[in-house]
Design a binder for this molecule. Structure first.
Ligand code: NAP
Length: 247
């Protein structure tokens, strides 16, 4: 799968799944805009790794929940590389609490990042892709959006919403040569899951048929396929990468 000459914007690419996606896209020939929020040094390190692969990359700070930030992110990508072919809406966070104790701030921060952030990305980049009459959008949802998750009403609602957003936009963009798909990871070993208690880890492992947690590279491999020319007839789908957790 060749992505040579294509430009990708990956949100939340300083760590975890986003970092693996950025490196995998670059490994297949894409130029990458590495978005981050707080960890500039980590984002610059991802850029250095990509430059080491012989590809171009730039790190851009933007809060996906802020439309003006996202407009600047898209403009920086266009100024630097002239076009945007691939958008991976990956930035996300968890703020766990029992629903009856959940504060509005815990709800809003998760929904703003995981759902509104993707809306912003699609809004600012989709316009450009429609002009180009081509593009690939991948939204990183979660098994939580399909199955629910304890103490994660905010996260599960946002990730389920992201699936609705994916399908609605897939229909809107279908005539413009743009595909829109969602990837639903299960439990992937990143900072986001590092804080799980040993009891929760053991319980999760019991439920996963393959009896292991996923790696960021497991998710990145699917994203590379979904943004390739070969996946041109796949749109509006949700694909799980979860060792069989949700089937
Ligand atoms: P992670 O290791 O915690 O990394 C989160 C990334 O998102 C970081 O790069 C962070 O940037 C960025 N970010 C957070 N808030 C942001 C904002 N408002 N604007 C821009 N960037 C922001 O998380 P991960 O495990 O790789 O998760 C990546 C995605 O996969 C998320 O959408 C998550 O919900 C989803 N997912 C993960 C799992 C899992 O088990 N890990 C399972 C299902 C779905 P900074 O470094 O600058 O803070």
């Amino acid at each position: 799968m060749k992505l040579t000459g294509k430009t990708a914007v990956v949100t939340g690419a300083s760590r975890g799944i986003g970092k693996a996606v950025a490196l995998a896209l670059a490994g297949h020939g894409a130029r990458v805009v590495v978005n981050y929020l707080n960890n500039q040094a980590a984002a610059e390190a991802v850029v250095s790794e990509i430059l080491g692969l012989g590809q171009e990359a730039v790190a851009v700070r933007a809060d996906v929940g802020c439309l003006d930030d996202m407009k600047l992110l898209a403009q920086t990508a266009l100024d630097r590389f002239g076009r945007i072919d691939i958008l991976v809406n990956n930035a996300g966070l968890v703020r766990d609490n029992y629903v009856t104790f959940m504060k509005d701030e815990e709800w809003d921060s998760v929904v703003d990042t995981c759902l509104k952030g993707s809306f912003h990305g699609i809004k600012v980049v989709g316009r450009e892709m429609m002009r180009q009459k081509s593009g690939r959008i991948v939204n990183i949802s979660s098994d939580a959006g399909l199955m629910g998750d304890m103490m994660r009403a905010n996260y599960a609602a946002a990730k389920a919403g992201l699936i609705g957003l994916t399908k609605a936009v897939a229909r809107e963009f279908a005539g413009s040569g743009i595909t829109v798909n969602a990837v639903a990871p299960g439990v992937i070993a990143t900072d986001l899951t590092a804080g799980m208690t040993e009891a929760k880890k053991a319980r999760q492992l019991e439920w996963i048929p393959q009896k292991r947690f996923g790696t960021p590279e497991d998710v990145a491999a699917l994203v590379v396929f979904l943004v390739s020319d070969e996946a041109g007839y796949i749109t509006g789908q949700v694909v799980c990468v979860d060792g069989g957790l949700n089937m």
